[in-house]
Each structure stands twice: as C-alpha cells, then as structure tokens.
Ligand binder design. Structure first.
Ligand code: HAM
Length: 445
C-alpha cells in the first residue's frame, strides 16, 4: 500500500507535552487575573459568518483582504427549511480570526444589555489568520482576551491597561513597554485621514508598493508601515492627537492621568493605529523590549482598545466597550527565549517499580488505590529490570518510588524510596497509602 506523507498544515503547530507547562503557566495566570477582576468566561464558536468580521474588522484590512480562512460544506443538500434558512446556508462561513466581534455578537444575541453594566467577559482559544508564518506568528494561534462592554468612563481604559501590564509581570516578563495612542472618534478620524492623504499625495511614488495601496484603501496604516523607505516620511506626517475633538482629548488625558495614578509606565506612540477598523479613541499594545535592530511592533505580546461603535454597528443600542487580547504564541516564545523558569505541574508523584509476574499483578491494584487518592502515579509495567525502572523514575524527576518484588509480595510489604536522597524504608502493604500521604506535601491532596 502506498504510504501517506503526513505533516501538520504550515503555520499550524502541535503543542507537545514538554511545552504544556508554558501554556498552563500562561492560562493559570490569565484566569487568576481575569477572575480576580470580576470577569466571567464566555466561549463562542470557532466558525462564524464572514459578514460578522467584514465590516467590523474592515474590508480593506489585511485580515479581511487576505487572511481569513473560509469554509464551504462538501455537499450542498437541497434545503427544505424555508427561504431564510436557505439564505443562511449560503452565507460564507469563516474560521474566526479574532474574538471581539464574536463577543459583541453574543452580547446582543443573548440580550446582555439588560444585565448590570458593564459586562466583563474573558475567553481563550484558537484564532486563524492566513498570515506569513514567522517568529511568533502562526496561522492557527491562540488568544486570551478580556472585554468590558457597557461603560465609557476612561478609568476602565486605565484599569484594563493596568491589568494587562500586571499580568505580563506575573508571567515574569520584565522588559516590555505599553504603547498607547488615541485614534479619536470616527468623525475626527475622517478629518485626520484627509490631512494624512494630503501629506502623502506628493510623495506617493517614493513609498513601498503596499503603502501606495494603503493610501486610498486604508490610509491610517501608512503610519504603521515597517519598510525602511517609508519610515522617514512618517516623521513629518500629521499626528492624530492634533485632530482629536475636545471630548476625545479629555478622554485620552484622563486615561493617562489614571495610568499615572496606577503607576503604570507607558509610551505615547502617535503612530500606533492597530490593524482592525472597529477601534475608537484609546488603542494600546504591549511590546517586548528588543535589540536596536529589531522592530518590537512585529512581536507584540498583545493589543487592544476601545470599540465604542461596534455594538451599534450590529444594531444594538449605542454601547461603549473596551478590550484586549494577549497572543499566547508571542508570550511563550519570549518566555523560552529569555529562559524564564516555569514550574512543571506534569511531574508525577510516584513511580511504581515492580519485578516478577506476581509483583506486576499486585502493583496494578496499588496503582489504582493511589490514583483514587489523587496521586499522579506512573509505572513501566513493560520493563523488566528494577535498575532501568529506577533510572526512568529519576529521569522523570519523580520524588517517590514504590518498589514491589517477589519477596515484598510474599511478606505483604512495599519499599518506599525517596528518589532525591536515595533513602529506602519498608512499609506494610496495608499502610502504604497512608505512609505516602505523610511523605508527600499537602497540596497533592
Ligand atoms: P490583534 O492585535 O490582532 O488584536 O491580536 C492580539 C494579539 O494576538 C497580537 O498582539 C499578537 O500577540 C497575537 N496575534 C495576532 N495575530 C497572530 C498570529 N498570526 N500569530 C500569532 N499571534 C498572533 C485582536 O485580535 C483584538 N481582537 C484584540 C482586542 C480585544 N481588542 C479589543 N478587544
């Protein structure tokens, strides 16, 4: 039979057991932070209608133009479920490229406007973008997101940024900066974009091909270009902060004042525009500090901002909101690069070593009993020599080994070996579980 060449899809990775500790560490800290700040979990489908993202993220953005994975069912059954269902079945479906639009959809769909506001939700899970796979960038990647819907007060912007910054610190990442900007309301942004186009028009021919396209399609992104050729023109470009109206200015000033009060360091970055269209007013990103030559914006650990118009775009009553998402891959790559130590919760408590057929049978029961008591127990029932079993226990850093040979079975005993010090004691088989409870720290129970 011809062999099948199997390999994961480019840009989509397995997360192997040895890496799970990083994911656990990230998720544990995220969950603790989210829960302590009063957020509740929301889960939403991986597949959504394309229309959910098209106008919210923006038709002219990279995500919508070239990065969405769309799906089509293999067979199209003739529909007997009425015109509406038929129309719905014809809608293009996509793998979600982000979570904010789905959360906003769910907020409206489930009548969350009637709950006490703001509604604070968190989520974790895979997102999909047909991006160019590179350091920290995958086509299936994972986000941990927080959304606060139903409150306009700038204190929330500051609190969310502070929460994000504290979370990064909890992850033992020290070298990072919070980049912050205000892109104002839709009205003043339109004025700014006009000025930006006026500035760029005479120098258009000197810009990179992408920027020439951005000029008419998504002019704000001109400020975000990473090409060297375009960088020098950025310096003379008009700045959004000069075009904010009074309310936007006051909002931004208050956000910064609250951040000072919270002692959260930040860098004002007038070029920060974000790659999604739904934002209004405050936008921010968390960047790792990098060597001079590298561009930290490419490795953003997370990003977010206000999206005060999104809910009304979906037909809900005007409802302000702000949110943020961390990129798991970017964070985990940084933890590894910086060799940040992360405790592994995968180390088993006990290795059961056995020798001979009789001991092998007896050890089955013992293993079950210990697992009933919630100990993490492993063994190597296929291995014959005690030496090789102990070597394996040592390699896996298991703190205790229980040794059961022919003699021990006949005597009704078990040897308890402390794998760190090498000390051995004999315990009666009947009491061995209690003996283990005494020896292993309380948190195991
Ligand atoms: P975003 O900036 O597109 O924002 O993504 C947030 C983070 O996800 C990025 O900073 C990055 O760490 C990670 N990320 C994005 N694309 C990739 C990729 N291809 N591979 C690996 N990691 C990636 C949003 O998605 C917004 N929904 C965030 C938000 C929440 N705004 C308001 N609420």
């Amino acid at each position: 039979m011809a062999k099948i060449h199997v390999q994961a899809v480019r840009g989509m990775r397995d997360i192997l057991p040895q890496d799970q500790k990083y994911w656990q560490f990230l998720e544990d800290n995220f969950l603790k932070t989210a829960k302590s700040a009063g957020f509740s979990r929301i889960s939403f489908p991986i597949v959504e209608k394309a229309s959910l993202f098209e106008r919210t993220i923006g038709e002219e953005t990279d995500i919508i133009e070239k990065e969405m994975y769309s799906l089509a069912p293999k067979t199209k059954e003739p529909s007997d479920r009425g015109k509406d269902k038929e129309k719905e079945e014809k809608e293009t479906l996509v793998l979600r490229p982000e979570g904010t639009a789905s959360v906003a959809r769910a907020y409206i769909e489930h009548g969350m406007q009637t709950l006490p506001q703001p509604v604070q939700l968190y989520y974790t899970g895979p997102m999909f973008r047909h991006d160019r796979p590179q350091k920290g960038r995958q086509r299936q990647f994972h986000q941990l997101g927080l959304e606060i819907i139903g409150e306009l007060d700038p204190i929330l912007d500051a609190q969310l940024i502070s929460l994000a910054s504290r979370l990064i610190k909890k992850l033992k990442i020290r070298d990072f900066t919070v980049q912050i900007n205000s892109i104002g309301c839709t009205k003043c942004r339109a004025k700014f974009i006009k000025k930006l186009q006026e500035y760029y028009k005479p120098i258009l021919k000197n810009l990179c091909p992408d920027c020439r396209k951005r000029y008419s399609k998504n002019p704000l992104r001109l400020l975000d270009c990473k090409e060297l050729a375009c960088q020098e023109y950025k310096a003379g470009a008009p700045q959004m902060v000069d075009y904010l109206d009074q309310e936007d200015q006051a909002h931004f000033r208050q956000v910064l004042e609250y951040l000072d009060e919270l002692e959260v360091p930040y860098e004002l970055n007038t070029y920060l525009v974000r790659g999604l269209d739904y934002y209004t007013r405050t936008v921010f990103e968390i960047w790792p500090k990098m060597e001079e030559a590298e561009d930290p914006s490419r490795f953003a650990l997370g990003g977010g901002g206000r999206y005060d118009d999104l809910i009304s775009l979906f037909g809900g009553k005007p409802t302000p909101a702000i949110g943020f998402a961390l990129g798991a891959e970017s964070i985990i790559e940084l933890l590894k690069e910086k060799e940040i130590k992360v405790a592994s919760r995968e180390i088993p408590d006990i290795f059961v070593v056995q020798l001979g057929e009789l001991a092998k049978k007896k050890s089955l029961k013992l293993i079950e009993e210990l697992r009933e008591e919630s100990f993490k127990v492993i063994s190597a029932l296929g291995k014959e020599s005690i030496k090789s079993q102990l070597r394996l226990a040592d390699k896996l850093k298991v703190p205790l080994a229980l040794i059961l040979g022919h003699k021990e079975v006949l005597d009704g005993t078990v040897i308890i070996r402390d794998m760190h010090g090498g000390m051995q004691e004999t315990a009666s088989a009947e009491n061995v579980v209690d003996e283990i409870k005494k020896r292993l720290p309380r948190e195991n129970f």
